[in-house]
Structure formats: C-alpha cells, structure tokens
Design a binder for this molecule. Sequence first.
Ligand SMILES: C[S@@+](CC[C@H](N)C(=O)[O-])C[C@H]1O[C@@H](n2cnc3c(N)ncnc32)[C@H](O)[C@@H]1O
Length: 253
Amino acid sequence: MAPSENSSDSTHFGFKQVPTDEKAGLVRGVFDSVAENYDVMNDLMSAGVHRLWKTAMIDWLMPRAGHHLLDVAGGTGDIAFRFLDKVKGDGTVTVLDINHAMLSVGQDRAIDQGRLSGLDWVNGDAQSLPLPDKSVDAYTIAFGIRNVTDIPLALREAKRVLKPGGRFLCLEFSTVEAAILKDVYDFYSFKLLPEIGRLVAKDKESYEYLVESIRKFPDADRFAEMIVEAGFHQVKYRRLSGGIAALHSGWRL
Ligand SMILES: C[S@@+](CC[C@H](N)C(=O)[O-])C[C@H]1O[C@@H](n2cnc3c(N)ncnc32)[C@H](O)[C@@H]1O
C-alpha cells in the first residue's frame, strides 16, 4: 500500500479513492448487501476452505476454559462458535461488528444451533471498542481488518482491551507468491468471483470490492510490522494455502 493513498482526507475503498470519513459507510453498505448470502457465498467462493482456515485460527489460539474472547468483525459467528466448541461451552465471546445485518444473521444461526449462552452480540467499531482496558483474554479478527479505515488505530484498540498475557490473532487474505498460483488466483478473483456474486447474490459490485480490498491490504511481513508498531510482542505469522490467507499472532505483555 503506497503511503500517499492514505492521507487524512482520502483513503482507498477497493481500487477507488474515497473521502476518509465515507469509507465506513461504504463498507457497511457492502455487508448490508451481502449479509443474507454471506455464509453460502463463503462456502462457494472458497470451496469450503475458509472453514479450515477458521479452524486453524482457533487451534492456534489454544483457548482455555473460562476465557473471554472478543471476536471483532465477528459477522455471522463462525469464529465465536468454533471458540465455544473448543472450550466445550466453558467460556464467553463478545461478537462485535459494525454491521447490524451481519450480527442479526449470526444471532439467528446461534439460535438455530441451540447456542443459548456464552455469546454477547455487540454493534461497534474496531476503531473504538466499547470495552474497558485489559478486559479480555483473547482478541480475534477474521477477514475484518482489511475493511477498517484506520488499521493502526484498530490494532492499538486491540492491545488496549487485552489483559496482560492476552493473545491477538488475525486471519486475513494475504499475498500469493508462487507465480503459477498467482495467475490462477488473479483470474479467479477478478473474472470468476464477481460473476459468482452477480449470479448467486445478485450483487457483482460488492464482490468486486471484496477482491480489490484484498489487493490493497499489506503483505504478511508489512502487516506483522504494523502489529509490532501497535505494541505487540512475539509477533509471528503463518501463511495458509500458498499465501491466499495468513494468520498473524501477537501477545500483549
Ligand atoms: C468478511 S466479513 C468477516 C466476518 C467473519 N469474521 C467471518 O470470518 O466470517 C467482514 C466483517 O467485518 C465487519 N466490519 C467492517 N468494518 C468494521 C469495523 N470498522 N468494525 C467492526 N466490524 C467491521 C463487517 O461488517 C463484516 O461483518
């Protein structure tokens, strides 16, 4: 990401430059539009692989019984549900998302799955978390951070709300490095995926934004540096599926 693309006045929204204060509203519009079809589209677009990545995230988190997880940009609950399964129901999750429609789909899913306790659904912004300092054991964010207008601010907020000894984990799309995979992935992303969005969700534009936003996100090394700059320690990452996604981990001391 070139520094000149992010001034205080303008920022990127996919490949477009937009006034900084308009980005959150545009992102909200995308997720209002995709919420109803979000889960089915995730399975379709990734051939189910997003499930493996999310499971890998919770495996790496290694949550303990009684832990309180804050899952930011938690959407329809995939990470929260995996966490609760991992701690066998003995834990709590605050699922925080800026978008009502995504949370509402998540709440319906929780009821359908008989998940009646351990979940708190909160409408809020990753950049100004409505939680006290040092209040959660772990912070996760899956496929959310690239949509946030001020990523360094969101990372500082993550550190603020984590207890000392708490863990930060981020799952996000990343940069494919192998040339052959890159060509196939580009073709799939720019040609096929928006068409799948048009046919299944009747919304090509939102899926174009999702693809473009992936390309605007920093590569895994740069994102690791940003996590360090926010004050986290022992920052590490793992590439998933040839770099299509990456899992970043850091600790609050
Ligand atoms: C691609 S979805 C990911 C949902 C879920 N974590 C998953 O992996 O299935 C991105 C989510 O980020 C949310 N989001 C975008 N900007 C946000 C912000 N500033 N604060 C909190 N949530 C945000 C969107 O509303 C959307 O639900």
